[in-house]
Design a binder for this molecule. Structure first.
Ligand code: FNR
Length: 182
């Protein structure tokens, strides 16, 4: 029997009409079995990282994130860039994971998208540094920087750019391959 590959998908934007959430959903729509996705929607509910409140198992919302990560074979992160950096809500979530270790050796794909011609490259680079620090395994073929995202989505948040869709398939293949050898 083929093993089910469980991916936790996280959008670094909590904005309702987020282009990053739209592209994350587009990637999920392109996936096929044995890959299954769970989308994490709790970024905005996590308390600000503070080691003083990381006692016992930590706050309930943090416990939820940690157990979702633990159960996942791999992680997909799609993020915008704010002020040349990683959105605070996403960095905050990763700060909660530094000491608990759920990202160690976890195959992880990282995508940034922005309306700018740079595609959120600085957030992308900074996110990779944090993920490397917490020993995530960055998937071969699993990193993508998407410039001019607003030209590649229609009003309903559907990806209309065929090249971008092709690259999504490469990201999916990379994730699947990395998860299958774990
Ligand atoms: C931005 N945006 C932005 N874009 C970028 O490429 N680099 C940046 O440093 C910033 N900084 C920034 C700050 C603030 C306060 C706002 C409101 C916006 C633009 C950002 O990429 C754009 O709003 C995206 O659409 C946000 O991503 P989602 O929510 O569509 O996924």
């Amino acid at each position: 029997m083929v093993k089910n590959t469980k991916i936790l998908a996280i959008s670094g934007s909590i904005r309702q009409k987020s282009s990053n959430t739209a592209l994350m959903n587009a990637i999920i729509a392109l996936s096929s079995e044995p890959m299954t996705f769970t989308t994490y929607r709790g970024l905005g509910n996590l308390p600000h990282f503070n080691p003083d409140i990381d006692i016992d198992e930590g706050p309930a919302t943090v416990q939820e994130l940690r157990s979702l990560l633990k159960e996942a074979d791999g992680v997909l992160i799609c993020t915008p860039e704010y002020g040349n950096g990683v959105p605070g809500v996403l960095k905050n979530a990763l700060d909660w994971i530094v000491s608990s270790g759920e990202f160690v050796n976890k195959p992880t794909a990282v995508i940034s998208a922005s309306p700018s011609p740079m595609g959120g490259d600085k957030a992308h680079a900074s996110l990779l540094l944090t993920l490397q620090m917490i020993n995530a395994e960055i998937v071969d073929g699993g990193t993508m920087i998407i410039p001019h995202i607003t030209l590649k989505l229609n009003q309903d948040g559907v990806i209309t750019d065929s090249e971008t869709k092709k690259e999504f398939l490469t990201v999916l293949r990379g994730l699947e391959q990395a998860c299958s050898v774990r």
